[in-house]
Design a protein around this ligand. Structure first.
Ligand SMILES: Nc1nc2c(ncn2[C@@H]2O[C@H](COP(=O)(O)O[C@H]3[C@@H](O)[C@H](n4cnc5c(=O)[nH]c(N)nc54)O[C@@H]3COP(=O)(O)O)[C@@H](O)[C@H]2O)c(=O)[nH]1
Length: 742
């Protein structure tokens, strides 16, 4: 410990307590002369307050004072923590030893006797002040020491706490962790997760270099990992396939970090099991690139694959074919049988498409019933056409969905690279245009893209917009095509055929705009209008007193399922005041793609009204004996494609013969469509076909011209069709008997 140093006087304060002002004055003068900072109090109570407030370095205390005396004052000073350490020197006139003892007992450190010698007073004062200063120094040093000790303790505690925190983290981490010494390259610690990942004990791992640790053998990167991380300080190695003992590999993301432990350079390797994360990422990626219903690639992935294929084709000079497919009648199926059937159908279509393709080809679904097939490494368009044949053959068999046989056709557009587009988008657009063109023709057809089709596609889109208000603008009109008895030439009925009188395009064929109406969901409304108008017209002819004829109205599949067709028909008959036997409903063959109870029940309800049912275009679609037997039909219409070749192709003649045989055996009437020549008519007569319609006699004509026919017939009576046809042709305006177009 250092020697006690004397304090500078003006740093020191002394409180003098005396009730005698004269005494006070003398002492104060002496001490102030010595440079002390002096305060005074005239009694014990005052002294206690001032001592507490001033905290003097020394108190000179008189013993005999009014109120509390010096002894009591001293005891109280010593009792208070704030003043207990202040040395008290008694100033007393008492000389009795007991008083001196009392002074020390009260806590005084010394005493001076009055009247006092200044030198003695100063000597005692200086001594006690020096002692006081030394005590203060000592206390300050102790306090500093204590502060240092407690700071060190705190630091040690902190170190221990962080050490234990690290230990806890290490032991419970969900990452596998290895600590490796950079000097030896050996593992110094492994946590439980690491041991579990590796399928071995921690002891097995400790002391081994990383590449020697079981599970790391096949990971080449592990050999230099410690040195690499040491140099880089931090390294993300991406995924390593850790191979635990007797288990499947685990994909772990590996992150290495360098640290210094005391004087050792260390590397910490964290191994995070990323199997779930990678699976989730893969799932997200898959969903972003695949159609969730069918699992086929979606538009995005298709575009990627096409881009890659185009790159290859550019390099090796090969060709690419893009086939755009659209299912026929899909909307009808979806609307009538429910979306779950529609979904199952799409899945079944997807798997049939897959089966048609090589591994290098792509079948994709763009949405709805739109599929695309991308064919790579082709030599010519003919290669693409061969795949089209395969696809169409795959669609030939009905799709069996929930026990229903669904006959679904498809229209296919084909575009080729190079030639029809430079990139995926252009090729898809060209295939789409070709597909629409295929759709415009008969169903289940395909079409190769050509530049001319673009104009047609543009026209299709314009018409698609124009059709919306066509009926409201009065642009839709109904014409009627006569149906005659083959034998007698008798006018038996007429078929109501819709026409669109477009303001710019002129008369547009229903073959073009009926699909537009279906696509836009307008066929129900327009069909109802046709039905009501045709019934009214037929009733009007009857009311004119003409020989009664029937009117046949086409009902599309969508109309049949979408609306309450039974009440629509009832209402049309009632409001036209037409007896039901004069109305015939021509059902399209596509209706029979669903042989469900619903179809059958609706047909039976229609039959119960008393109308007749005929099946249109017989022989072109999915005609099968089974549904002809099941459905309550009255008449079938032989498709004009067979009639056209009747006299030139034996196969068509054979088909017509079979159809007529079949119809007879089932007790059904037959109408042959599209009769254009006398030879065809003669052939049909020999085959005992009952009725015909066709340009030989008349195309579809406006209602008032039918009235003319009826009047002429009334005047002449039934006669031989040949002479009658000739007579009619002469009678009618030549415009009505053109041989082409409707
Ligand atoms: N759902 C509805 N479909 C309708 C309606 N109106 C017509 N259609 C269907 O549109 C298709 C095309 O009809 P259209 O262009 O009128 O052709 C008909 C005749 O003009 C044509 N035909 C008749 N005779 C001949 C001929 O000798 N040669 C020849 N090349 N063509 C001829 O055949 C069509 C009648 O066919 P079909 O209906 O199959 O009996 C057509 O499918 C119509 O059904 C409508 O209101 N609703």
């Amino acid at each position: 410990m250092n020697a006690i140093s004397h304090p500078r006087r003006n740093d020191l304060s002394i409180l003098i307590v005396d009730d005698n002002p004269v005494n006070l004055g003398v002492v104060v003068d002496h001490l102030e002369e010595q440079g002390f900072d002096v305060s005074v109090a005239l009694g014990g109570e005052e002294a206690l307050d001032r001592a507490e407030f001033l905290e003097p370095d020394l108190i000179l205390l008189d013993v005999m004072m009014p109120g509390i005396d010096g002894f009591e004052t001293c005891r109280r000073l010593k009792a208070k923590p704030t003043t207990s350490a202040i040395p008290v020197i008694f100033m007393t006139a008492l000389t009795d030893v007991t008083d001196k003892v009392k002074a020390f007992a009260a806590g005084g450190v010394d005493y001076v006797t009055k009247p006092f010698q200044v030198e003695e007073l100063l000597a005692r004062v200086n001594t006690h002040l020096a002692l006081r200063a030394a005590q203060k120094q000592l206390r300050a040093r102790n306090a500093a020491l204590e502060a240092e000790i407690s700071a060190r303790r705190a630091a040690e505690d902190g170190l221990a706490a962080s050490e234990s925190r690290f230990r806890r983290l290490f032991e419970t981490a969900t990452d596998g962790i290895l600590l490796l010494d950079c000097g030896t390259g050996a593992v110094t610690a492994a946590n439980p997760t690491m041991a579990k990942m590796l399928g071995c004990s921690r002891a097995t791992v400790i002391g081994k270099r990383l590449a020697e640790v079981p599970g790391f053998g096949s990971i080449a990167l592990s050999a230099d990992a410690v040195e690499e991380v040491r140099q880089a300080r931090y390294l993300n190695y991406g995924d390593w396939p850790l191979q635990p003992a007797a288990a499947d590999p685990i994909d772990v993301e590996v992150i290495g970090s360098f640290y210094r432990d005391q004087s050792n350079d260390m590397v910490q390797l964290n191994f995070r099991d990323v199997r779930e994360r990678r699976a989730a990422e893969a799932r997200i990626l898959y969903l972003a690139h695949h159609d969730s219903l069918t699992g086929l690639p979606n538009r995005t992935l298709l575009a990627d694959r096409l881009a890659v294929a185009i790159g290859h084709a550019r390099r090796d000079g090969s060709k690419i074919g893009v086939l755009m497919l659209d299912l026929d009648h899909f909307k009808t199926i979806n609307d009538s049988l429910g979306h779950h059937i529609g979904d199952e159908l799409l899945e079944a279509v997807a798997s049939r498409l897959r089966a048609c393709l090589r591994d290098s080809d792509t079948a994709a679904r763009l949405g709805g019933d739109e599929f695309v097939i991308a064919l790579s490494n082709l030599h010519s368009t003919a290669d693409a056409e061969r795949v089209v044949d395969k696809v169409l053959a795959a669609f030939a068999e009905p799709f069996v969905i929930e026990g229903r046989n669904l006959h679904v056709g498809t229209s296919i557009g084909i575009s080729m690279f190079p030639g029809d587009g430079e990139d995926a988008a252009a090729l898809l657009q060209a295939a789409d245009i070709a597909m629409y063109s295929a759709k415009e023709g008969r169903r289940s057809k395909w079409q190769v893209y050509s530049k001319e089709l673009s104009a047609a596609a543009q026209r299709w889109h314009t018409l698609s917009n124009d059709i919306h208000d066509a009926r409201a603008r009065g642009e839709l009109v109904i014409h009627y095509q006569p149906q005659l008895a083959v034998d007698s030439g008798e006018l038996m009925g007429v078929e109501a055929l819709l026409r669109w009188q477009h303001p710019n395009e002129g008369l547009i064929s229903p073959a073009l705009f009926i699909p537009l109406l279906e696509e836009r969901g307008l066929i129900g409304e327009v069909g109802q209008w046709v039905l009501e108008s045709a019934c009214r017209q037929c009733s009007a002819w009857h009311a004119e007193g003409r020989p009664a004829i029937r009117v046949a109205v086409n009902v599309s599949a969508q109309q049949f399922y979408q609306d309450d067709i039974v009440s629509t028909v009832r209402h049309a008959l009632r409001s036209a005041d037409l007896e039901p036997q004069w109305l015939e409903l021509e059902l399209t063959e596509s209706l029979t793609l669903d042989e469900s109870e619903t179809t059958l029940r609706t047909m039976e309800e229609l039959k119960a009204i008393g109308v007749t049912l005929s099946l249109d275009d017989f022989g072109t679609g999915w005609s099968s004996l089974s549904y002809l037997r099941r459905f309550p039909l009255d008449r079938i219409k032989i498709d004009r494609s067979f009639v056209r070749d009747l006299t030139t192709q034996s196969s068509s003649a054979a088909i017509v013969h079979s159809i007529l045989e079949l119809a007879r055996s089932l007790g059904l009437e037959c109408v042959a469509e599209g009769v254009e020549t006398i030879d065809q008519l003669n052939h049909l007569q020999r085959e005992l076909c009952s009725e015909f319609q066709g340009f030989l006699y008349s195309q579809a004509i406006p209602a008032d011209e039918v009235s003319l026919l009826l009047r002429a017939r009334e005047n002449r009576g039934a006669s031989n069709i040949r002479s009658k046809a000739a007579a009619m042709q002469a009678e009618l305006d030549p415009r009505m008997v053109k041989k082409a177009g409707g």
